[in-house]
Design a protein around this ligand. Structure first.
Ligand SMILES: NC(=O)c1ccc[n+]([C@@H]2O[C@H](COP(=O)([O-])OP(=O)(O)OC[C@H]3O[C@@H](n4cnc5c(N)ncnc54)[C@H](OP(=O)(O)O)[C@@H]3O)[C@@H](O)[C@H]2O)c1
Length: 395
């Protein structure tokens, strides 16, 4: 593990990840400072000395949720092991931006390789495992359905079996998703709404969800499945629609891009802040009995709503024209087309509306989200405007 440690400790940005250069760490910007202040509610957990001796393993630590969860657990005094896939240049920009890279103990783990997983669990002997690793992009899952199933479905079975083999008393969290509801049978969705996934990603995650439930019920493991609706942040990957919008508008504002092209603007989602959602994950694992919980805001917004809100923060006033694939938005001040639909981005099977009812989590876990939709959008746009100004947003 020592070679790995030195790579994690390094300050250089990996190639291809220049979008958040060391500038954020070295010279923390206003937007990112604001954003980190929101993340700072984790600081209040430092008083809880009860977790001082706990050891957690977070798979997918380099992802959005992995970075925020690391921050939360470290603030509580956990010893945090973070797993990432072996590569010549691990993607550390999120951990760097949240200032936690050097406090995490790195381990290499790939959900495709059982012997590797088993060795890591045996070596780390965590009290809690948070499985956040996955091929998490719905769009890619249509192109790579078998790979997605291998990582997101069988990978979870491998991990749960490794945990069961080493110590079935280890507490386990599975990152499940609202995409399992797909063509939802009723709205808002709850923990008991029937599933109807509409993508290879949703299908694979559904297998993982039931595998988690099954390990709880058949083997008595403390395994919980968190059915999380979309959660975003300035740490979201650039391929996801919210970040594509905020990054695109920031580049257009800086003259680095002409127009923002998107797929289905009518899709309606339930968007929250990632920091709030990782707190919910932790609460689930602390319960005496494992269970399944849904985390959502209960508020419905369309992709177009997200664009309007983000455009306002970026200083545009949009007028919408056309219908369907002909929809486009013109900025009232410049008269230029800022957004237009590109049918190439339509998915083979669309999901029109997803929104969740988080009552069970609110009542049983005491979970409550802190960040509103407008504040979330503002946080993301401000961070991307600053990155674009500094030229660190990438192409
Ligand atoms: N964000 C949401 O709105 C949302 C909603 C519901 C559920 N989820 C689920 O919650 C989890 C965290 O989401 P996120 O937004 O943080 O996702 P993310 O940013 O895409 O992070 C995914 C992580 O999984 C790792 N990974 C990918 N393939 C792997 C493999 N074969 N073995 C080990 N690690 C692998 C990635 O590592 P690399 O850096 O090497 O690629 C990355 O660290 C995911 O399971 C996602 O499906 C997310």
């Amino acid at each position: 593990m020592s070679g790995v440690r030195s790579r994690f400790g390094a300050t250089r940005e990996p190639p291809g990840e220049q979008i958040d250069s060391g500038g954020i760490n070295a010279q923390t910007s206003r937007a990112v400072r604001n954003h980190l202040r929101i993340g700072n509610y984790f600081a209040s957990y430092e008083e809880r000395a009860g977790n001082m001796s706990k050891r957690a393993l977070i798979t997918g630590v380099t992802g959005q949720d992995g970075a925020y969860l690391s921050q939360l657990l470290l603030a509580q005094g956990y010893e945090v092991y973070g797993s990432y896939r072996r590569s010549s240049s691990p993607s550390l920009w999120r951990l760097d931006a949240l200032g936690v890279t050097k406090q995490i103990k790195p381990v290499t783990l790939d959900l495709l390789e059982f012997s590797n997983i088993l060795k890591v669990i045996d070596k780390v002997r965590p009290h809690e495992v948070y499985n956040l690793a996955s091929q998490s992009f719905v769009g890619v899952s249509f192109e790579q359905p078998l790979y997605t199933a291998d990582v997101d479905a069988l990978g979870v079975a491998r991990l749960l079996e490794a945990v069961r083999t080493v110590d079935p008393g280890i507490r386990y969290y599975q990152a499940s998703t609202s995409e399992m509801f797909g063509r939802a049978r009723s709205s808002p969705q709850t923990e008991t709404t029937a599933f109807y996934p509409r993508s290879p990603y949703g299908v694979a995650k559904l297998f993982a969800h039931w595998t988690t439930v099954n390990h709880r019920e058949c083997y008595g493991m403390h395994a919980s499945s968190g059915i999380l609706f979309n959660h975003e942040s300035p740490m979201r990957g650039l391929d996801f629609v919210t970040r594509k919008i905020t990054a695109g508008l920031a580049r257009i504002r800086q003259g680095q891009q002409d127009v923002l092209e998107l797929g289905n603007l009518d899709a309606k989602r339930d968007w929250g802040f990632a920091g709030d959602y990782v707190h919910g994950m932790w609460l689930m694992v602390q319960q005496e009995r494992a269970d399944d919980y849904l985390l959502a805001t209960g508020e419905v917004r369309s992709v177009r709503d997200f664009i309007d809100c983000a455009a306002q923060v970026a200083g545009f006033t949009l007028n919408w024209h056309g219908e369907g694939a002909g929809q486009h938005a013109i900025d009232r001040v410049s008269g230029k087309t800022v957004v237009r639909v590109n049918p190439d981005f339509y998915r083979p099977a669309e999901i029109d509306l997803l929104t969740g009812d988080p009552s069970k989590a609110e009542q049983q876990l005491g979970w409550k989200r802190q960040v509103s939709f407008p504040r979330l959008v503002e946080m993301m746009v401000e961070a991307d405007l600053e990155r674009a100004q500094k030229g660190t947003l990438g192409p």
